[in-house]
Design a protein around this ligand. Sequence first.
Ligand SMILES: C[S@@+](CC[C@H](N)C(=O)[O-])C[C@H]1O[C@@H](n2cnc3c(N)ncnc32)[C@H](O)[C@@H]1O
Length: 330
Amino acid sequence: MRELTAAFEGALARRADLVAGWHAEGSDAYRLLHGAAEGAPGVTVDRYGPALLVQTWREPVDPAVVASLAGAASELVGQSLRPVWNHRVRPVDFASWYPLADEGDPVARELGVVFDARLRHRGQDPLLFLDLRSLRRRLLVEARGLRVLNLFAYTCGVGVAAQVGGAASVDDVDFATSALAVGATNHAANPGSAVVRQHAADVHAFLRGATPAWDLVVLDPPAFARSKHGVVDVVRDYPALFKPALRALDAGGGVVVATHHVASVSAAAFEDTLRRCAAKAGRPLRSVEMFGPEADFPSFDGQPPLKVAWCVVGSDTDAAAGVRGAPPGR
Ligand SMILES: C[S@@+](CC[C@H](N)C(=O)[O-])C[C@H]1O[C@@H](n2cnc3c(N)ncnc32)[C@H](O)[C@@H]1O
């Protein structure tokens, strides 16, 4: 336990300037300790608004230690944070939650956007994945006027960022209706004039039936999932998802943002897979920009598990004429 406390002290010290920056830009949701990369294998600590969430994947921790972590974090952030601990043992069991204190008003803010951040709910994962902030930040700036398709939407964090960023429309697709219900609350809690449609559907089935009409498609699949409509297996067959996502773009072209969360697949290998798949599908990529999570998710080797590929795709006409490497633009 002493190791955990020492690792947390180091992690807080490294974040002193970052925290000030996050607060200045309207964020009170961020990671304060990132597991093995910061000397604490199997433990993460996150701030979600008024609560401090400690998650453990290996050994349980002494509740008194969790409370002391909350005390140390409260000093850094200048607000009293209520400790909540989730011991993520299998099988998933609601009893594995240890509400050490009432988590308070379950709302978190990120870049001025408001999210439902109830920590105790039916699922194991938090309602907002903090590592994807890098993409949400970008959508806040780049979504203006676009028709956005948000595949594997979960609680619609990406769709909400697009809405606040001025998207013309947002289509969120996920087969989990409980996640979409949280997403509906998130959309309603934020400004924006986007037409928002939620589709409680399997992504494979949705894409088969969709008329291509989007300017920006976000593809953020889990590592593996099986349904009666198809399999999601990002390591063995990413093209099975990427190809139909490319086809969902308007004939005028646009952007497909594809993510990959599996650590054993490098950013270079992922980019190569996407480029080959797009070329084979007759919609070669004009440019690919790779990025990862922000500074609260440090990695040992600069190769974080989360890889985001921002892929600019030309128009059908360009593709037919064999145009390659033209500057991105719409
Ligand atoms: C990693 S989460 C996506 C996170 C989300 N993009 C975000 O911004 O928070 C994966 C989601 O995929 C959904 N899912 C998995 N397989 C699916 C499928 N075949 N069709 C629709 N949704 C699926 C799950 O319900 C879950 O909400």
